[in-house]
Design a protein around this ligand. Structure first.
Ligand code: FES
Length: 144
């Protein structure tokens, strides 16, 4: 399988991705990568085709203190576009997310959210995760 992975791909954002392509933009950095669906080599970071997997393939920083096994929240991100093409959250991810700072309806763990089809995806890495500052303890504990 031939795969073209570049650290600084040129992506023409003025047109939608071609059929069969996946386009992912990581905010706030604004890095956009594009590749043919199901061709990205798996680097062992989170689930295959997770946002963590994509980020690591392209040298984009997304913290992953537990190594991508759903045991921390440092890969927390917000899905701004493309949610219908992403895997559903499993219970383990939802339980883990409850402990994350700044959780929103579009919150996912980057190591568990898997791109399941071609299309355009935009995710935002929260500031506190970009720096992995362990202040800001979870302010909520639902107790269940
Ligand atoms: S890297 Fe730890 S939960 Fe995703």
């Amino acid at each position: 399988m031939s795969v073209s992975v570049s650290n600084s791909p040129e992506v023409d954002l003025s047109t939608p991705p071609a059929a069969g392509m996946v386009r992912v933009t990581f905010l706030p950095e604004g890095r956009t990568v594009e590749f043919a669906f199901d061709t990205l080599p798996y680097g062992g970071h989170g689930l295959p085709m997770s946002f963590l997997d994509v980020a690591m393939n392209y040298g984009i920083f997304l913290d992953h203190a537990c190594g991508g096994v759903c045991a921390c929240t440092t890969c927390h991100l917000h899905v701004k576009q493309g949610a219908p093409g992403i895997s559903e959250s499993e219970d383990l991810e939802l339980d883990r997310l409850e402990t994350a700072a700044g959780i929103e309806l579009n919150s996912r763990l980057g190591c568990q959210a898997v791109i399941e089809k071609p299309g355009t995806y935009v995710v935002e890495i929260p500031k506190w995760n970009r720096n992995y500052v362990q202040e800001g303890k979870p302010a909520h504990g639902p107790g269940s």
